[in-house]
Design a protein around this ligand. Structure first.
Ligand SMILES: *Cc1c(COP(=O)(O)O)cnc(C)c1O
Length: 344
């Protein structure tokens, strides 16, 4: 994994969520701190922030890429925060903003160079959630290697899976050592069972590691299948109201999921109705995640003005994207979708 991500160190963990949690513990993020992250993402990174006692603050996403909007991040840091003595404080909550946690959504990179530059200027850590985007690059460099740490997942639904598992990648030897220590119950003297700190049982099992290594050898093949599936949808749905999330400029995406915004005006149907139609044909399609500023689980967290994430959520539908999807099966999906929408 270190070689794939282009960094010196990689530590295996029980899950991607465990990697995110330990990343923050190792960076010293804790109670009363704040972490800036996108409102549109699977809930795991926000939960990981809360495990440490810190608080996530949700920012809006870019309408074209659906990823954390670097301009909104800059605006938030500039207008909603005070910087005194090199420490950034959220003016409303009074909490110290310690890190930015961008998520590379759905197999596509966020604007990671702009985000990293901003974070540096404000003295913030960058924790990349690359769990959905292993193998993707930005300006030719692998995701997960831009920030202080990059987190990956081998969960059953990810492109490379070991049934479960995760990895934390970093250039920093100290962080790697500390994460390895914390993930194995913080053993100081293993023979005598002496522990100076409270650690975690966050190891990847050997059994999962063996599966992960074998699956990683097929990374290019798996990514190739994902990209082929995305390209076939893109060709079939060109010039319709089905707006597939595309590869952003400067990126090579891995298209973990092929997700489209269903424009109700142009399609004559919406994503809920289309999902039902597909379901009636035995085809599973999924909405995106409820934006986190609306999540009851995170109701106590703060958010900036969020509008784009709501609009994307209201219209987005992920189509069958499994690497095992055969061309004939995909043709059937495409046929049902085209029959269900108006394409004039
Ligand atoms: C899958 C996922 C995770 C968590 O990975 P697990 O291995 O399931 O814990 C974290 N963040 C995002 C955005 C994910 O999609």
């Amino acid at each position: 994994m270190a070689r794939i991500v282009g960094v010196q160190h990689a530590v295996a963990t029980a899950s991607g969520t465990a990697a995110l949690h330990l990343a923050m513990v190792a960076l010293g993020i804790g109670p009363g701190d704040e972490v800036l992250m996108p409102a549109l993402t699977f809930i795991a990174p926000a939960n990981a922030v809360r495990y440490t006692g810190a608080w996530p603050t949700f920012l809006d996403v870019d309408p074209d890429t659906w990823q954390l909007d670097a301009r909104r991040l800059e605006r938030f840091l500039d207008r909603e925060c005070d910087t005194t003595g090199g420490v950034v404080h959220n003016r409303v909550t009074g909490r110290a903003v310690r890190a930015v946690l961008p998520v590379h959504l759905l197999g596509h990179p966020c604007e990671i160079d702009g985000i990293t530059e901003l974070a540096r200027a404000y003295g913030l850590y960058v924790i990349e959630d690359a769990t959905e985007s292993l193998g993707a690059t930005f300006d030719g460099a692998p995701l997960g290697g831009f920030g202080d740490v990059g987190c990956f997942s081998f969960n059953g639904n990810k492109t490379v899976t070991a049934g479960g598992g995760g990895v934390l990648a970093t250039r920093d030897e100290g962080i790697a050592r500390r994460v390895r220590y914390l993930s194995t119950q913080a053993k100081d003297e293993p023979d005598e069972y002496v522990h100076r700190e409270i650690g975690f049982n966050y190891r990847l099992t050997n059994l999962q590691a063996a599966v992960a290594v074998a699956q990683l050898a097929k990374l290019d093949e798996l990514v190739g299948a994902k990209r082929r599936i995305a390209a076939r949808y893109a060709e079939a749905f060109a010039d319709t109201g089905i707006g597939l999330l595309e590869e952003p400029p400067r990126a090579c995406s891995v298209f973990w999921l092929s997700t489209a915004r269903i424009d109700p005006t142009r399609c004559g149907t919406d994503r809920r109705a289309l999902r039902e139609t597909l379901g009636a044909h035995g085809i599973e399609a999924r909405p995106l995640w409820q934006p986190l500023h609306r999540s009851p689980a995170h109701a106590a967290s703060m958010h900036d003005t969020v509008e784009v994430a709501d609009r994307v959520y209201a219209e987005a539908l992920s189509l069958p994207s499994s690497v095992g999807l055969e061309a004939s099966q995909q043709d059937r999906v495409i046929g049902v979708v085209l029959d269900a929408v108006t394409t004039t």
